[in-house]
Structures are given as C-alpha cells and as structure tokens.
Design a protein around this ligand. Structure first.
Ligand SMILES: Nc1ncnc2c1ncn2[C@@H]1O[C@H](COP(=O)(O)OP(=O)(O)OP(=O)(O)O)[C@@H](O)[C@H]1O
Ligand SMILES: [Mg+2]
Length: 440
C-alpha cells in the first residue's frame, strides 16, 4: 500500500530527476557563471552550511541575477532541491516576515492541493505517510492551529521528497519590522530541527547588499543566526566576462582586456554601469584622438563622476552640522564613536573650516539629532549597533572632499563635484593631500 501511496505522491512531485531534466534556459543578455553556481550550490548543501549561508556583495554587482539565473538552476538540477526565493526589496511595501511566511505557505498549499486532487482521482479519502497526513474529510485547521514555519517546511519536504532551499534576498530587510525579526527566529528553529536530519530537508541562504547589516545578523549574540557562516559573493570580472562584454558592442570595439578590467573597477564592478561605459566608448570608436583604452577609461570615469556629483549635490542640501558629522564618520570608519569628546571636537573643527561657519562646540545631543536626520534621509543606518553608511561609496567620496570648499551654495557644490574623481574605490592623491590641509 505504501508503494502505491508513494506512486501517487510522485505524481505531485513535478520536477523530474536531474538525469532527464533539460538545462536552464540560457539568457544571452546575461553572462552566466555555471562553475561558481555549482560550487556554491554544493557548499550550501554540505554539512558545513547546515547553519545557513550568508552572502554579501555591494549594490548592483549582480547578486539577484546570479541567484535567479545560475544558482537556482544549479540547485534544482544538481541537487533536486525545491527552491523558494523571496526578494524582500521586490515586496518593500509588505512586512518582510509576512513575505517569507506567505512564500512557504503558498508553496505548501500548491503542493497539498495537487496531492488532494490526486487523492480525489484515486477515490482515496485519507493519506498518511511519515511526515504527511492528508484527510479529505477533515476541515482545514482553524487559524490558531496553523502549522508553524518549521512544520510547513517539513511537510513541503516530505510531500515533494526534496530538500527545501529557502533563499532570502536582501535579508537585512527582515530587521525593519518586529514580525520580520520574529520570522528570523522561526527560521532558526526550523534550521535547527530540519538541517541535520538523515534526509536533508532544509537549507537556508540569505543574501544582502549591505555588508555591515548582514554581518550583524551573524555576529551579534542576540541575533537568530549568531555564528552562521558569512561569505563575500564573488563579483564579475574575469577575462571571459570582459570578452563577452566586448563582443556585445561594435566589431571594431576591441580595447585590451587589461583596460577593460580597469574600467570595470572604476565602475565599482557593476555590470550595468560598465555596459553603459562600453557602449559610450564603442559609439566613438572611430575617433582617433585617443586610443580605445583611453576612451573606455574616460567613459567609465564620466559615469562614476556623474554619480559622485549627484551625491555631492545631495550633501550640499544638508545642514552644515550633518555634513560635518558625515565627514567625521567617513574618516573614523568602524571606530566612529559619535558621543565621545574626540568626535565632538573633530566635528567642531570641520564646521569651523566651512566658509561662514562660526567656531563653536558640538554637544552629544546635537550629534544625536544630526544622526537621526541622516538616518531619516537614508544616508546613514543604525540598527541597535554602530552607525554605518547606507552606501559605502559615500564614505570614499566624503574623504576625498576639500571640506573648506563646501557651502550650501550649489555653484560651490558644482566646483567640488567636478574636481577630478578618483576611480571610486581609491582616494585620489590630490584630494587626500588637500582634505586634511583644508580642515586642519
Ligand atoms: N551576469 C550578468 N551579466 C550581465 N549583466 C548583469 C549580470 N548580472 C547583473 N547584470 C546587470 O546588472 C544589473 C544589476 O544586477 P542585479 O539586480 O542582479 O544586482 P544586485 O546586486 O542584486 O542589485 P541590488 O543591490 O539592487 O539588489 C542587472 O539589471 C543587469 O543589467
Ligand atoms: Mg538584488
């Protein structure tokens, strides 16, 4: 009888085994990284990642694209995993906890109703196998008796006889609501109970673009995933990628791969921005005034320069105290201690260098209020830990600034903004010399 039941259940399991499954559809607009996907998938399914895997990479570097187009197909193909994927930024208006719980619930509902339809067809009223019970005569459970997240994940794994892999993209967003935080603890409990069974039932992958925010989830003792492994997701950037990108433009567009690599760094390893720079260079490839390499590097700098200018204009609209707080935060890095006297003294010095600002002391309450405004403006973030920049690149640009040239006057902003920009990740020699001199 059990064999018959399993045959019925196999009808519910829609994905054929890896041996006879066609490969994923290849999207030509995407540079695929199958080897990396296979590696990561194998790691995630191994015992070393029974506590879950936390991956970070900076913004717009291709995390979601890689997960959707390479990693999920590898998990499905090579490990027969049932992958549930939630991008919490895609559902920003909804409670992140509800998005995760809803995703699991609807996957379970879809599988359960498929099983129920089959039972009806086979004229069975009840099906009971380890970990799963379907009873056609029973009313659905009352809301108070809804299964826990752990129970739902377990049922889903039993029903499909596959490992459920839950991927939460932009997982730091769970920390924005009480329910989101609670769901993280529910997931921890599910992980603890399901990850080490003889039959692998559950794996969890969390990713995010903000390293400090994701790091908090695994470094702080009171967080659900304290001690879970944290990894940097490799960004794009090998020779094969540059060749692939080069081939997407005019046939005459043939800059050396070394220059392409430099341009990619200038674009902060973001494929979208790099593509635009290559497109712009490719359009001017007949221009003999400069080499293709020079042209490409100039286009890349132009892209990043425009972003820097936009940031500086935003900075200029802030209260001078907020500008000085940001700058001192950028200088201090992780050791920024805003309410200690040294920070107050530094902020006062910075303020005094700004044209038209009278010399005055800065009290901790002023700094607290300023940080609250900066958090409100989405320039700074703080959970219950240290203050960090929302965008790490802002710190690099702030450190490059000649602070004495900053005023609320937008033409000055324009002058500061059009000062030569560095590659983005390395401060220029000119500005690192200029900034301290200006604020000393
Ligand atoms: N492998 C790739 N090949 C080609 N283009 C890519 C690739 N990965 C990403 N891109 C380009 O970069 C853009 C950003 O990618 P994606 O949304 O995956 O990044 P992300 O790191 O998840 O961004 P966010 O921080 O906003 O969540 C995509 O819209 C696409 O244009
Ligand atoms: Mg993303």
């Amino acid at each position: 009888m059990l064999q018959v039941l399993h045959r019925i259940l196999d009808r519910v399991r829609p994905v054929p085994g890896p041996e006879n499954r066609a490969g994923p559809a290849i999207d030509e607009r995407i540079f695929h990284r199958p080897a990396l996907a296979e590696d990561l998938a194998a790691s995630l399914m191994s015992r070393s990642y029974a506590s879950g895997m936390f991956l970070t990479a900076p913004r717009r570097t291709g995390k979601s694209t890689f997960i959707r187009h390479d990693l999920i197909p590898a998990l499905e193909r090579q490990h027969r995993a049932l992958v549930l994927y939630a991008d919490l930024w895609e559902h920003r208006a909804e409670d992140p906890g509800a998005v995760i719980v809803g995703l699991v619930a609807s996957a379970l509902k879809a599988r359960t109703s498929a099983a129920q339809r089959l039972l009806e067809r086979f004229r069975l009223s009840r099906l009971k196998v380890p970990g799963l019970e379907l009873d056609m005569d029973k009313a659905p459970p009352a809301p108070a008796l809804q299964p826990s997240l752990r129970q739902s994940l377990e049922r889903l794994s039993n029903l499909t006889r596959r490992t459920v892999v839950l991927i939460v993209d932009e997982a730091q967003h769970t920390q924005t609501t009480a329910y989101g935080r609670e769901v993280m603890f529910m997931l921890k409990s599910a992980r603890d109970q399901l990850s080490n069974r003889e039959l692998l039932m559950f794996r969890l992958l969390m990713t995010g673009s903000h390293h400090a925010k994701i790091e908090r989830l695994v470094r702080y003792k009171h967080e659900a995933f304290y001690c879970a492994p944290l990894k940097a997701m490799p960004t794009l950037g090998g020779e094969d990628y540059f060749e692939w990108e080069r081939a997407a433009h005019a046939p005459a567009f043939l800059p050396a791969l070394e220059a392409m690599s430099q341009a990619f760094e200038i674009c902060l390893r973001r494929p979208e921005v790099f593509h635009i720079a290559c497109q712009a260079a490719s359009a001017h490839v007949g221009n003999r005034a400069e080499t293709q390499e020079q042209l490409l590097l100039r286009m890349a700098r132009q892209q990043i320069g425009a972003e820097r200018q936009e940031f500086l204009h935003r900075l200029m609209r802030l209260d001078p105290l907020d500008q000085a707080v940001l700058r001192s935060m950028a200088e201090a890095g992780p050791s920024f201690a805003p309410f200690f006297p040294a920070a107050g003294a530094r902020i006062s010095t910075l303020l005094a260098t700004m044209p038209g600002m009278p010399a005055r002391g800065t009290a901790p309450d002023d700094i607290r209020a300023s940080l609250a405004r900066l958090c409100e403006a989405n320039l700074v973030w703080s959970g219950d830990g240290p203050y960090v920049f929302e965008d790490a690149q802002a710190a690099v640009w702030l450190k490059e600034l000649e602070f004495s040239r900053l005023t609320a006057d937008s033409s000055a902003a324009g002058r500061a903004a059009t000062a030569p920009a560095s590659s983005g990740s390395t401060p220029s020699r000119r500005s690192t010399r200029g900034a301290p001199a200006a604020v000393a």
